[in-house]
Design a protein around this ligand. Structure first.
Ligand SMILES: Nc1nc2c([nH]c(=O)n2[C@@H]2O[C@H](COP(=O)(O)OP(=O)(O)OP(=O)(O)O)[C@@H](O)[C@H]2O)c(=O)[nH]1
Ligand SMILES: [Mg+2]
Length: 129
């Protein structure tokens, strides 16, 4: 059976900009840009996973977040369920802690970045805001 994973994803917003990271080419869907986040562990809620992953990956403490959309997507090797949240208030300055390149990007420029295929509807919805 194909692997199925639930992923908590954060769209970190400030002044019409969003914080994105470059995925190492060694990783699944590598070489593309991504929103910070990661797998929801057993016995963990999606919002707990979101808080944990954003602390681990970009060193922020989430203060407020709202559900944005859920995307089910089949990659050839795995099925992902992306549970995406808008992070509109946070403490600390986002900084990539895993050595990847990261940057703030204006929402209207998101179309210039290559994201994993599953992210298409996220980028479209953000561009329409
Ligand atoms: N973080 C993140 N993952 C995404 C995005 N889009 C997308 O398809 N994914 C997929 O979601 C899956 C899980 O994300 P992840 O690799 O960040 O998981 P993780 O932080 O727990 O890391 P790990 O793989 O080292 O355990 C990957 O297969 C990745 O390809 C995105 O925008 N952000
Ligand atoms: Mg991750």
């Amino acid at each position: 059976m194909m692997k199925r994973i639930v992923v908590a994803v954060g769209v970190v917003l400030r002044n019409h900009e969003v914080f994105i990271s470059h995925r190492d080419s060694s990783r699944h869907q590598g070489g593309k840009w991504e929103f910070p986040g990661g797998k929801v562990e057993d016995n963990e809620s999606v919002s707990d996973a979101l808080l944990r992953e954003l602390k681990e990956e970009i060193n922020i403490d989430v203060i407020s977040q709202q559900p944005f959309m859920v995307i089910e997507f089949d990659y050839p090797d795995k099925h992902v369920s992306l549970d995406i949240h808008l992070v509109t208030e946070f403490a600390g300055e986002p900084k990539q802690l895993e050595g990847q390149e990261a940057r703030w990007v204006a929402l209207q420029d998101l179309g210039n970045y290559e994201f994993p295929e599953a992210n298409k509807p996220i980028v479209e919805k953000l561009l329409s805001m």
